[in-house]
Design a protein around this ligand. Structure first.
Ligand code: ZLM
Ligand code: CA
Ligand code: ZN
Length: 393
């Protein structure tokens, strides 16, 4: 009916765990796992499942999680229970072990299961890439880039991306990590800080005092010690409020084009956090679904095996639009996709406008002022070019 057909010559796999969608971080918490249900329902309404191999992932095992995380942390994560009485908002409880139980990383019912499901989708995606069964593997339930070896951070408890990249490293000499979430991908950067086998590139809003997590300056390119193999293998693209599709594409194509040419990755891990879209509850940018998707398109055209992860995204209707459009790019249906949302899509009214591509006016009313002068963007590109000279060809 939809006319969606499999792409010729390559395979796309879609990894999800419908159980994940049922968890709650608590009242008013920005992270809403049901956005995964909304996204999947829109993707399926377009008929895209017929063009992919669809898998319900198993949960990651304790041993798999321990591939990156400390057992102390995992043991605590597996035994803590939510507090019967919710503590007040910003209470600085000195007992917060592993940064668990505050307002960003609350303890909720089934937390450990939720974490192992997210990690399970990412690791299944990585395994399909490693076995050559998929050329693009999609894990919208993953992308939780802030989690550290022994610490929760910024709504992230288990770093599914690090676990997936560790899997990729068993088969590929070099892996490129790209992060278009509006926040800095600090957990992934830190995990691979001292290796030249993973290059990390994060684009983010940067304001060390006023925007989480405060790291990711242009000059931070890995260990300062030149003898450390990881030096010059971290790239950061710090941005200001209001960046547009055109500017973001200009930057992304130059930065990623040069990085791919020099680093020659065997696989790409692309974190597609949708909080970089205009109108996001926590974001600051003016990106539209088209501009966000252009990053996925640019990477796809490199013909390198790739995992697409989710991540942030706090206005669920826009998250669903972006990840639906990006799924269509993976299966090469994007040129033919009907910009009008399917008549029969569940929760169609929830989308407010019946289009996959709302205008800035529709999403925002008043677009955010753009505080990114072209001169600054040129400086960023120049800095990246200079740093890449240190990278072994
Ligand atoms: N307060 N409720 C992005 C992770 C961003 C740290 C300032 C919490 C919030 C935020 C939580 C309901 C990814 C910080 C914020 C208030 C200390 C952040 C619970 C609103 C609420 O209404 C809220 C009671 C909450 C949290 C806003 N937290 C906004 N920004 C950041 C973390 C994660 O997208 O990159 C990947 C998934 N945290 O700014 C504070 C400093 C906690
Ligand atoms: Ca980012
Ligand atoms: Zn984010």
């Amino acid at each position: 009916e939809s006319g969606v057909t499999r792409p010729k010559g390559y395979n796309v796999s879609f990894h999800c765990n419908p159980e994940m969608e049922k968890y709650h971080f608590g009242q008013n918490h920005p992270m809403k796992p049901w956005r995964l249900a909304l996204s999947k329902s829109l993707i399926y309404s377009y008929g895209m499942s017929f063009a992919m191999d669809n898998y319900i992932s198993r949960t990651a095992t304790y041993e798999e999680l321990a591939g990156f995380h400390s057992t102390d942390y995992l043991d605590f994560l597996g035994t803590v229970l939510p507090e019967p009485v919710p503590r007040d908002l910003e209470s600085q409880n000195p007992d917060l072990r592993f940064n668990l139980g505050g307002s960003d990383c609350p303890l909720f019912e089934g937390l450990y299961d939720y974490c192992s499901m997210s990690a399970g989708t990412a690791m299944d995606a990585a395994r399909k890439i490693c076995s050559n069964q998929s050329d693009i593997a999609i894990a919208w339930g993953g992308g939780l880039h802030h989690a550290k070896k022994a610490e929760a951070s910024g709504f992230c408890y288990i770093n599914d991306i690090v676990l997936a990249i560790l899997q990729l490293l068993r088969f590929y000499p070099r892996v490129l990590y790209i992060d278009i979430d509006v926040h800095h991908g600090d957990g992934v950067e830190e995990a691979f800080f001292s290796t030249d086998r993973v290059m990390t590139v994060s684009f983010h809003k940067y304001d060390p005092n006023n925007f989480f997590p405060g790291t990711g300056a242009l000059e931070d390119n890995g260990p300062k010690n030149e003898h450390n193999p990881g030096s010059h293998h971290a790239f950061n693209v710090p941005l200001n409020d209001g960046i547009t599709d055109e500017q973001y594409k200009w930057l992304f194509d130059r930065v990623i084009g040069d990085v791919v040419a020099k680093f020659r990755p065997g696989a790409i891990a692309l974190q597609c956090g949708a909080d970089s879209l205009a109108g996001d509850r926590l974001g600051r940018f003016n990106l539209q679904v088209q501009g966000h998707g252009a990053c996925v398109e640019f990477c796809k055209e490199k013909n390198i095996p790739m995992i697409l992860f989710g991540g942030g995204g706090y206005t669920p209707r826009n998250v669903a639009r972006a990840w639906t459009y990006e799924t269509s790019i993976a299966i090469e249906y994007n040129k033919k996709i009907d910009p009008t949302l399917p008549q029969h899509a569940p929760w169609r009214d929830h989308f407010r406008h019946d289009t996959l591509f709302p205008t800035l006016e529709q999403t925002l009313g008043e677009p955010r002022q753009n505080r990114n002068p072209q001169k600054r963007l040129q400086e960023i590109v120049q800095h990246v070019t200079e740093q890449l000279r240190f990278v072994q060809a």
